[in-house]
Design a protein around this ligand. Structure first.
Ligand SMILES: C[S@@+](CC[C@H](N)C(=O)[O-])C[C@H]1O[C@@H](n2cnc3c(N)ncnc32)[C@H](O)[C@@H]1O
Length: 278
């Protein structure tokens, strides 16, 4: 891992490495998948979170046993294991949190996938992979943490083989979000900025990517954060044995801020799928 981390990278690494965050994401968010779910047919957080993964997989055109796949900001590796099991492909997980990587390696070993899923400690702002070495670049709800999103996209372009696919989700600001209203949203995760559908479309177009599909699923962001808040509040007395009061109180307030911003139309979320020209 490179030594000169940006302040956003340092804050993100220490946030996800903290035992409060690790227990919260493991206990409340879903354990394997810690991203926004699709709630059309369920109100169960892990099930909805898995729905996002299967919907993204359905969009991919070239996934097969030979695919070289990387998951950027892979969390506990739930999606990587799903892809490796489904297609038999090799998946590299890149993640800045070594606490999550340790749990990822353990789950991967328990599921007999250590020959297929490799877990690497590193940042997607400087991806430790050779040029044109990946066929599918996958990422869920991770790019928001970067203060250098153009650099992340340019790294993705560098490691992507011609004809390769980029598929990702990201909590974003709405294209027409007024200036300066998102500070309470940024505060929950120490964010410096958020992308938007318009930002990703334009930046990826400049890098030679073609849009395959951009699926605006913004209402699911509001659903997800509200379900997580309800779950945390409902289990507060049980969880206080393993997660600090301070962390849970801040998280409940932070999630309320995200739901309020979503209700005002300031936020956006969806599945973005692009293909690199040959
Ligand atoms: C909300 S979690 C999503 C995890 C996983 N993608 C999932 O869907 O289950 C965000 C993840 O991004 C990772 N992350 C944030 N900034 C990163 C960076 N610069 N490089 C690599 N990983 C990063 C965090 O460690 C965390 O695992």
């Amino acid at each position: 891992m490179q030594n000169n981390l940006s302040s956003a990278e340092v804050l993100t690494e220490s946030y996800y490495d903290s035992s409060d965050a690790d227990r919260f994401y493991e206990q409340v968010w879903g354990g394997e998948d810690i991203h926004i779910g699709l709630y059309d047919e369920t109100d169960n957080i892990p099930e909805a979170s898995r729905n996002t993964v299967t919907t993204m997989v359905d969009s991919l055109q070239g996934l097969n046993e030979q695919s070289r796949v990387i998951d950027l900001g892979a969390g506990y590796g739930g999606s990587a294991r799903y892809l490796a099991k489904l297609a038999g492909c090799n998946v590299t997980c890149l993640n800045i949190s070594e606490v999550q990587n340790t749990r990822n390696r353990e789950l991967t070993r328990q599921q007999g996938l250590d020959q297929k899923v490799e877990v690497r400690h590193g940042s997607f702002e400087e991806i430790p992979c050779a040029d044109a070495s990946m066929d599918i670049v996958w990422s869920q709800d991770s790019f928001l943490h970067s203060s250098q999103k153009e650099k992340v996209l340019s790294e993705i372009s560098r490691i992507m083989a011609p004809g390769g696919e980029l598929i990702f989700t990201d909590p974003m600001q709405a294209d027409n979000c007024p200036e300066g209203v998102l500070q309470p949203v940024y505060d929950r995760l120490n964010l410096e900025s958020m992308g938007s559908f318009a930002f990703y479309r334009e930046a990826l177009n400049v890098l030679g990517f073609e849009e395959t599909i951009v699926n605006d699923l913004t209402p699911q962001l509001r659903n997800h954060y509200d379900y997580v808040r309800q779950n945390l509040q409902g289990r507060y007395d049980e969880l206080v044995a393993i997660i600090s009061h301070e962390y849970m109180d801040n998280m409940i307030k932070g999630l309320e801020n995200w739901v309020a911003a979503a209700d005002k139309g300031y936020l956006a979320w969806g599945i973005l799928h692009f293909t690199k020209s040959s």
